[in-house]
Design a protein around this ligand. Structure first.
Ligand code: GLU
Length: 438
């Protein structure tokens, strides 16, 4: 059984880049008939909040992602303690006492001598006596994982064959002085315990992967298959900043964008497929293949998303929007959908169709509009009424083209642009039409 996970830290809301990771995982799970785990990486007890976790769940739900299972790292600390202890006993996790300052000075010295700033494992050379002395001074250890220092290899589903020499890396700190965990170890333990088969995440984790594969093996687990996608950049080509602003899923929802426009955009961005609107997940699942993802960074442009949103609305059937249309009919939606950029733009057209108003009409059109009014056909009206009526007006007034249609549009809608009048006219109805023309 395929199992994937999306592992946000609930220290803020998710933005389009995080959502893209979630959507790729969700598509992978659906395509393979597998499961999607939402795992809150909330080991940072100070910055993680329940409100953010709830907000993330809402954002995912809005995007149509329904996790099969939800896990919290903060509920699994005793499990991490047990396995950290096993690593200590196996000599893979060792105590270090350097302060941040000391480490910093050491790094600078290494760089000055042209050496890579890799941790020199000085702590491993300490005697039990050295350690006791430091502890007597009140120093507490942080704990590093002793890397094998070998070539770690894996076949990445997006990046192809990968190899990283862990001899070039510092032994990573897994446990802080205060006993709290950095993200690395809990993530590995969870991936093993939850039998995660595929880890699909951003390429900012590629180096972590080499470390995590070593830790997985040290714990006797089997490494999952990895896929690292490129990261999104902003329209300016620079990385998406941490500052959320209009990039957050919450703000997109509040701006009235369609969830499926965001999903289509995020799922197809940076792939070999054209970005086009998909009304639901089905088409995206059919076409989904991680191999289609480019290794180059993908550029996210808000203007393109808005454009895609409009394109999606223009093709959405009534059923897809009915519940959000405030009781408007299918005929109304079919008439106006081509003229909206976000769904709530339809409200203005509902007013235009329904309200009683008298548009300002220039005096030189008065006689023409009076004639047009007297020629309004009797009800019932349908899609053919407009043609029947304007043919009659044309014959009676000798006008054609713009000089025929524009004064009618202005009088009937108060606007010089908008949906096909053939579709709007029956919605406006004879009584209101006559009132506006007269
Ligand atoms: N909490 C990590 C992050 O948001 C998860 C990375 C991962 O998928 O392993 O970067």
């Amino acid at each position: 059984m395929t199992t994937v996970r999306f592992a946000p830290s609930p220290t803020g809301r998710i933005h389009i880049g995080n959502a893209r990771t979630a959507i790729l995982n969700w598509l992978f799970a659906l395509k393979s008939g597998g499961e999607f785990v939402l795992r809150y990486d909330d080991t940072d007890r100070v910055r993680s909040t329940e409100a953010f976790a709830k907000g993330i769940a809402e954002d995912l739900d809005w995007l149509g992602i329904k996790p099969h299972r939800i896990e919290w790292q903060s509920k699994r600390f005793s499990r991490y303690d047990t396995l950290a202890q096993e690593l200590r006993e196996a000599g893979r996790l060792y105590a270090c006492y350097e302060t941040a300052d000391e480490l910093d000075r050491r790094r600078k010295r290494q760089l000055a001598r042209g050496l890579p700033p890799v941790y020199d494992r000085a702590a491993l050379k300490m005697t039990a006596e050295d350690r006791l002395k430091l502890e007597a001074e009140g120093r507490k250890p942080h704990w590093r994982f002793k890397l094998d220092g070998r070539m770690v290899e894996w076949t990445d589903l997006i990046r192809g064959p990968q190899h990283i020499d862990t001899a070039s890396l510092s032994d990573p700190v897994l446990v802080r002085e205060d006993g709290s965990y950095l993200y690395t170890l809990p993530s590995v333990i969870d991936d093993i315990d939850l039998t995660i088969t595929h880890v699909i995440r951003g390429e900012d984790h590629v180096v972590n992967t080499a470390v995590q594969i070593e830790i997985t093996e040290a714990l006797g687990g089997a490494a999952p298959t990895y896929a690292h996608h490129s990261l999104l950049t902003g329209a300016d080509g620079k990385g998406l900043s941490k500052r959320l602003g209009s990039l957050s899923i919450q703000s997109m929802r509040e701006a009235g964008l369609e969830a499926m426009a965001v999903v289509s955009h995020a799922a197809l961005l940076g792939t070999s497929d054209n970005i086009h609107p998909c009304a639901d997940y089905r088409e995206l699942i059919d076409g989904f293949d991680l191999h289609k993802l480019s290794r180059a960074p993908a550029r996210f442009d808000e203007a393109e998303l808005k454009h895609l949103n409009a394109k999606l609305l223009h093709m959405l059937p009534y059923e897809a929007v009915k519940d959000r249309l405030d009781g408007e009919s299918e005929a109304f939606w079919m008439a106006v959908r081509g003229n909206v950029e976000i769904l709530s733009d339809s409200t203005a057209w509902a007013h235009i169709v329904r309200d009683r108003f008298k548009p300002d009409v220039s005096s030189d059109q008065r006689a023409f509009l009076d004639t047009a009014r007297t020629l309004l056909p009797p009800e019932p009206w349908d899609a053919s009424t407009w043609k029947v009526w304007t043919d009659a007006v044309k014959a009676a007034t000798d006008r054609k083209g713009k000089s025929l249609f524009m004064p009618l549009r202005l009088a009937l809608t108060g606007m010089d642009h908008g949906p096909e009048l053939a579709a709007l006219l029956p919605l406006i109805g004879r009584e209101r039409a006559a009132e506006r023309l007269g």
